[in-house]
Design a protein around this ligand. Structure first.
Ligand SMILES: Nc1nc2c(c(=O)[nH]1)N[C@H]1C(S)=C(S)[C@@H](COP(=O)(O)O)O[C@H]1N2
Ligand SMILES: [Mo]
Length: 439
């Protein structure tokens, strides 16, 4: 008679066992903690508390308790935090899948709940597994498919992260001690067999050696070790090697997204953006082309385009020629997108944001926040709000040229914002209007 999946003997891989599950669990414990922290940092970097323009997450309420003004130095700050978030997230996919595989017999274990405590634990596991799959899926869709959830990616990924992390912390508190014992990282000194039987509460004589390829007897309710294993075709260490190899392969084909030039070509798994940037002064990543955003040469021409700067009840209109007669400054700054890709520092040249605030009567040292609007009429990222510390930083520019050449249409001609350490989404292209003041 065929055995049902609820029978432990249905699951015959000799790889399953506390050691294998615990190694993967500890890797996820560390990795997911880093993902959570860098994710929260990324959210803070969007200035979500500044204006409903940047963040439409309704009632972030207490979940926004930790928000702080994102600094403008070091200039590579977001490049680092978000590069780590995305690259590490991708690397953890094989680990997550292997971990789920290693415990899948428990999904089918009967009875579904032995006690109220057990029922609650299984419910928390539902949130844990569901939350993990949800966070990894939305994350990957966002970086690979370019915002399939219009405007709502942050909301989904942000709320999902909090639900997931609640289940994750519960699970970690319940399981980390066992995992560390299984790995012999904690526990009593003394002969291995004694320690194992003492720590696992098994009957005397039941040895539970925690080494990777021992038979791993365990408490029956752990249900990880197959009672009727098939002969092994690979050792547990070997299987871990496959998982780790998968992570390394993913990293090797992803990490190039954080660099320019030939290294970027190694990022096989990275969408290469809206246009091939080519070489020369504009030879760095182009995510959204002018054509894709409906920006025409007519509306950016010298005759048609005016920058409208307002604040303090005043409005100033500047042609591009007038703009380029204002004091121009250079800053070497990268662009770093939430999708994890970034450019090296480029040499931007343009008018300081704080000098534009000065045009409408603000003290440059006390320049306020600004709302920046693009010529673009449709699609995401038409508008962005910058905080006062970003406006005041002397390296923050309304750039007119990059690496010594006029901005190309795809890089934001006639003018684009560039702010140190900020997420790319705040670097609005094809700027049409800037409104200074309290937001
Ligand atoms: N007007 C406008 N500005 C924009 C965007 C956009 O879609 N429209 N995309 C933003 C995002 S999300 C990033 S990461 C950077 C990317 O710059 P790039 O398209 O020049 O690579 O531009 C930002 N500025
Ligand atoms: Mo972006």
């Amino acid at each position: 008679m065929p055995r049902p999946p609820s029978s432990p003997a249905f699951w015959r891989s000799p790889l399953r066992g506390p050691w294998f599950t615990s190694v993967l669990g500890v890797v996820l414990l560390v990795g997911i903690t880093v993902l959570f922290v860098t994710g929260l940092l990324s959210y803070a970097a969007y200035n979500p508390d500044l204006s409903a323009v940047n963040d439409k997450t309704p009632d972030k309420g207490i979940l926004g308790f930790y928000l702080f003004p994102w600094p403008t130095r070091p200039v590579w700050l977001y490049r680092l935090t978000q590069g780590v978030h995305v690259t590490l997230g991708i690397m953890l996919i094989p680990v997550l899948l292997a971990k789920l595989w290693s415990v899948v017999p428990k999904l089918f274990a009967l009875p579904p709940a032995r006690s109220l405590a057990h029922a609650l634990e299984r419910l928390s596991l539902l949130l844990l597994v569901g939350g993990a799959l949800f966070e990894f899926t939305t994350g990957v869709l966002n970086i690979q498919l370019d915002y399939v959830f219009p405007g709502s990616f942050y909301t989904l990924h942000f709320y999902g992260a909090w639900v997931f992390i609640a289940a994750f912390v519960t699970h970690a508190v319940l399981r980390v001690p066992t995992a560390l014992r299984n790995l012999s990282l904690i526990g009593r000194p003394g002969p291995r067999t004694d320690r194992a039987s003492a720590s696992q509460g098994a009957s005397p004589g039941a040895s539970s050696d925690a080494s990777p390829d021992a038979g791993e007897p365990e408490r029956p309710e752990d249900g990880l070790v197959s009672p009727d294993p098939l002969p092994p075709t690979v050792s547990r260490r070997g299987a871990l090697g496959f998982v780790g190899g998968g992570s390394v392969l993913l990293a090797a084909t992803t990490a190039g997204r954080s660099f320019d030039g030939p290294l970027r070509e190694t990022a096989l798994l990275t969408p290469h953006g809206g246009a091939e940037p080519g070489s020369g002064p504009g030879g760095f990543q182009i995510n959204k082309t002018a054509a894709a955003r409906g920006i025409s040469a007519t509306e950016t021409s010298e005759e048609a385009w005016r920058l409208v700067v307002s604040g303090k009840g005043r409005t100033v209109r500047l042609s591009r020629a007038e703009l380029s007669e204002l004091p121009l400054h250079s800053s070497a700054l990268p662009i770093a997108c939430v999708e994890g890709w970034s450019t090296s520092d480029q040499w931007w040249r343009g008018v300081r944001l704080r000098d534009l605030a000065g045009l409408v009567g603000y003290e440059v040292e006390a320049a306020p926040a600004v709302l920046v609007e693009s010529l673009q009429r449709h699609g995401a990222f038409r508008v962005a709000a910058l905080r006062d510390n970003q406006v005041r930083d002397p390296r923050s520019l309304l750039a007119l040229s990059v690496n010594g050449a006029e901005l190309s249409p795809d890089h934001g001609y006639p003018a684009r914002i560039i702010v140190p350490a900020a997420p790319g989404v705040l670097n609005t292209k094809w700027v049409a209007r800037m409104t200074f003041g309290e937001l």
